[in-house]
Design a protein around this ligand. Structure first.
Ligand SMILES: *Cc1c(COP(=O)(O)O)cnc(C)c1O
Length: 402
């Protein structure tokens, strides 16, 4: 095998990835997620996790997972439509619906699977998907796989969105007999790599004006915004005006799995049509048990306290950095360094000082906009942030581009 055509083809591709400064490797962590993580026998202050509220390692959440495993076992055994639909899945779904204030929810094995299954079940070649330029890869891949026509508007650009919709409505009435062309606008509410917010209120107005549908990915907003911490849709009072809400259990909720919230017809449709739901084994009982307990915490006094701590930490870092971050606060703060090599060397400099912030490069972000992506958690202490600020100050002075 060693010098087979197969291995040679892979190796020459890998060489190219290295030459482009885009080579990736895995880091093997030997601790739970938390304020710090341990790797290669050393502790690093962790500014890289999406476990924004510190729930992934929370004793009650961990116990929720353990209880579920004791009751239902380690694996789900089959797809939900065969014999893998457990009572714990239904319980989590009704809690998610209640939490989000929607009629129903449906679980998927991941947020990625939820995006793929939902978009592909709703759109076909006659339909149009209108997508923000910076949407997450799961939404991009779903768009491609659906074979719908795709129009991409520049990030958060409402004028361009308006033009696309206007054009689509005037040209695309009845393509096939009996098929009214569907138009689906897709956006994140808080963008995963930039940490900025979509103008959801204006987008809702546009989609209503043109008779389009709206799908909002709240992966980085669920648990963090609004009076009930449902997300940005709640905070902006748009709960009744968004057709499809996508969420993940794997970020602030501290578990894993994805979900869709919306009207009950949507759940019924997805159970019948979403291939990533139908042809995939039901979510792990442990993940569902953990998520139920995490939602309980998020809805409690403790959840409210954790969210306040998170925003307090975000504020401390923002004030310290004095950079023009977006108006809406978020737990994601990118320091854009530009060149891939600059981001990598900044990451290594921080690692030497016991701080882990990942360098994010193409294809996660556009080429030439490589960055350090700082994520904040409610678990960080004020002293952690001061330490980080000290090192960043040095680093940014050395790199006038930042
Ligand atoms: C993480 C993420 C997803 C995918 O969720 P997983 O549960 O991790 O598969 C989808 N959309 C956005 C914006 C994300 O950041």
């Amino acid at each position: 095998m060693a010098d087979s055509d197969f291995i040679q083809a892979l190796n020459s591709g890998i060489e190219q990835i290295r030459a482009d400064g885009l080579y990736r490797r895995l880091r093997v962590i030997d601790s739970p997620q938390g304020r710090s993580i341990s790797w290669n026998g050393r502790n690093y202050l962790n500014f890289s996790s999406n476990d924004y509220l510190g729930l992934a390692g929370h004793p009650q959440v961990v116990e929720g997972a353990a209880e579920a495993v004791r009751k239902y076992g380690a694996g789900s055994g089959a797809s939900r439509l065969v014999c893998g639909s457990f009572q714990i899945h239904e319980e989590l779904e009704s809690r998610l619906a209640e939490f989000k204030g929607t009629e129903v929810a449906l679980l998927f094995s991941s947020g990625y699977a939820a995006a793929i299954g939902t978009i592909c079940s709703l759109l076909g070649p006659d339909d149009l998907l209108v997508s923000d330029k910076l949407n997450h890869a799961s939404l991009v891949d779903a768009a491609r796989l659906s074979r719908a026509q795709v129009e991409i508007f520049p990030h958060n650009d409402l004028d361009q969105l308006n033009s696309i919709l206007k054009m689509a409505v005037s040209t695309g009435k009845n393509l096939r007999s009996g098929h009214r062309r569907r138009i689906l606008i897709v956006t994140e509410s808080i963008f995963s790599m930039d940490g900025d917010a979509a103008p959801l209120r204006e987008m809702v107005e546009l989609k209503e004006k043109y008779g389009a549908w709206l799908m909002v990915d709240e992966a980085h907003a669920t648990g963090l915004y609004g009076n009930n911490r449902r997300g940005r849709i709640e905070e902006l009072g748009l709960s009744d005006r968004v057709e499809i809400q996508l969420g993940t259990l794997s970020k602030a909720i501290g578990s894993s799995g994805g979900f869709i919230c919306g009207p009950s017809a949507l759940r019924e449709w997805l159970i019948n049509k979403a291939r990533s739901f139908i042809f995939s084994t039901a979510p792990n009982p442990a993940a569902s048990g953990a998520a139920i307990h995490a939602l309980e915490i998020i809805g409690s006094e403790e959840g409210s306290r954790r969210v306040s701590l998170l925003w307090q930490n975000v504020k401390q870092l923002r004030d310290g950095l004095k950079l023009p971050f977006s108006e809406v606060q978020s737990a994601i703060m990118p320091l854009i360094l530009g060149a891939e090599a600059a981001a990598i060397s900044a990451m290594h400099a921080l690692l030497e000082n016991g701080i882990f912030i990942p360098a994010i490069r193409y294809p996660s972000v556009p080429r030439g906009s490589a960055r350090l992506r700082i994520t904040m958690s409610s678990q960080h202490l004020s002293q952690d942030i001061n330490l980080l600020l000290g090192f960043l100050e040095n680093l940014l002075q050395k790199d006038p581009q930042a």
